[in-house]
Design a protein around this ligand. Structure first.
Ligand code: ATP
Ligand code: MG
Length: 334
C-alpha cells in the first residue's frame, strides 16, 4: 500500500484548512450543575501542519479532542457549533457515518496506551482492526501491511512481535502499537492527546521524534494536545492556548512563545524557567483555574490577571485577529 511512498505535503496544500471548529460548545450535565467544558471555541487546523493545543489541567483540551471524534457521551453533549472537516459538519453526521470517519480519516491516540489496548488480543490483530473495518483487508494482505506499519513506527523484529500480547511490550512499544493502528488508514488528521505523558523522558523524546517523522512522510495533520510548552516549542507549527474552555491566543509557535500577547500566555511562559528569558525563580500564576460550573464573568482569566480593568469583568473579549495574523482574546490587545 506504499505507506512510506506518499508524496507527503505539497506546497500548495499548506494553507488549506482541513478542520475548522466554529463556536464549538460542549457541556456535561451533572447533578443539577452544567459543566461548560468547551465554551464556544473557534479554530482552524491546516493541511499538513502540527497544531498544538496547550493549557492547564481542566482547560478543556481533551473534551475538545473527544468532541472532534464525536466521542462525548451522556451526560456530556455538543450543544452548539460546527466541526467542519473537509467541508462536512461532523456534528450533523449519524453515528454510523461517524464510525466511517473515525479511525480512517481522523484518528486519535491517548495518554495511556494500556487503557486502549485489549490485553487479550495480539497486537498485530489490534493494528489490523482499522484496516479490516475501513479497507476490508484480511488474511495475508492485512498481515503484510501490519508488518510494514510496525516497521514504520520503529518496532524492532515485527515478525517476532506481531503475535505478542500488549503485556509483553514496554510502555513505549505499546504507544508505538497505538500509533501504528491510528496511522493504518493514513488519516488526514491524527489527534494526539498527551501522547507521551505516561512515558519516561527518553522514550517521550523518541515518540515525539517518531510523530514528527511520520507526519512528514505521510503528510497528515496532527493536533497535538499537551500541557507542556517545551513539547509545543519542539513540535508545533502553530499553537492555540486554551483557558477555562476558551481559546485565548492562536499564532505561529515562535510568536506565541517568543512574544506572547495574552497575559495568560505570558504567565504560562513565565512559570517555565527553561523557556523564559530570565533565570529568575519560577513564577506561579496566582489564583486557581476557573470553575467550569460557575465561571467568572467577563474574561475567564480576569481574576488572575495583572492588567484587569472594568471592561474585563463586564465583557468577555472575543478572539480577534491582529495585524501580524495572530488571534488574541484580550481587551488590552484590541
Ligand atoms: N465526563 C465528564 N463529566 C463531567 N465533567 C467532565 C467530564 N469530562 C470532563 N469534564 C470537565 O470538563 C472540563 C475540561 O476537562 P478536560 O478533560 O477537557 O481538561 P484537560 O484540559 O484535558 O485537562 P488535563 O490537562 O488534566 O488532561 C473539566 O472541568 C472537567 O472536570
Ligand atoms: Mg486532558
Amino acid at each position: 500500500m506504499g505507506l512510506t511512498g506518499g508524496d507527503g505535503v505539497r506546497d500548495g496544500d499548506l494553507q488549506e484548512s482541513i478542520l475548522g471548529l466554529e463556536n464549538l460548545r460542549t457541556c456535561f450535565y451533572t447533578q443539577g450543575a452544567v459543566v461548560r467544558a468547551v465554551d464556544g471555541i473557534s479554530l482552524e487546523i491546516r493541511s499538513g501542519e502540527i497544531f498544538g493545543l496547550v493549557g492547564e489541567s481542566g482547560s478543556g483540551k481533551s473534551v475538545t479532542a473527544l468532541s472532534i471524534m464525536r466521542l462525548i457521551s451522556s451526560p456530556g453533549e455538543i450543544t452548539e457549533g460546527r466541526i467542519i472537516f473537509r467541508g462536512v459538519d461532523l456534528v450533523e453526521l449519524s453515528e454510523e457515518e461517524m464510525r466511517r470517519v473515525r479511525g480512517d480519516k481522523i484518528s486519535m491516540i491517548f495518554q495511556d496506551p494500556t487503557a486502549f489496548l485489549n490485553p487479550i488480543m495480539k497486537v498485530g490483530k489490534q493494528i489490523a482492526e482499522p484496516l479490516t473495518l475501513h479497507r476490508g483487508l484480511g488474511g495475508s494482505a492485512a498481515r503484510s501491511t501490519v508488518l510494514e506499519l510496525m516497521g514504520l513506527v520503529g518496532i524492532p523484529d515485527p515478525e517476532q512481535r506481531i503475535d505478542d500480547y500488549p503485556h509483553q511490550l514496554s510502555g513505549g512499544m505499546r504507544q508505538r502499537i497505538l500509533i501504528a493502528s491510528a496511522l493504518a488508514c493514513q488519516p488526514d488528521i491524527l489527534i494526539a492527546d498527551e501522547p507521551t505523558t505516561a512515558l519516561d523522558v527518553t522514550i517521550q523524546a523518541q515518540i515525539l521524534d517518531l510523530l514528527r517523522e511520520l507526519q512528514r512522510e505521510l503528510g497528515s495533520s496532527i493536533l497535538l494536545i499537551t500541557h507542556d510548552l517545551g513539547v509545543i516549542a519542539e513540535m508545533c507549527d502553530r499553537v492555540a492556548v486554551m483557558y477555562g474552555g476558551h481559546i485565548m491566543e492562536v499564532a505561529e509557535t515562535e510568536s506565541v512563545l517568543g512574544a506572547p500577547q495574552h497575559p495568560y500566555t505570558a504567565a504560562l511562559l513565565e512559570s517555565l524557567p527553561q523557556l523564559s528569558q530570565s533565570k529568575e525563580r519560577l513564577q506561579v500564576i496566582p489564583g486557581n483555574v476557573p470553575s467550569a460550573v460557575t465561571p467568572p464573568p467577563g474574561c475567564r482569566f480576569h481574576p488572575r490577571c495583572s492588567y484587569t480593568e472594568a471592561v474585563c469583568i463586564e465583557k468577555m473579549p472575543s478572539l480577534v485577529q491582529l495585524a501580524d495574523g495572530r488571534q488574541v482574546a484580550c481587551h488590552r490587545c484590541i
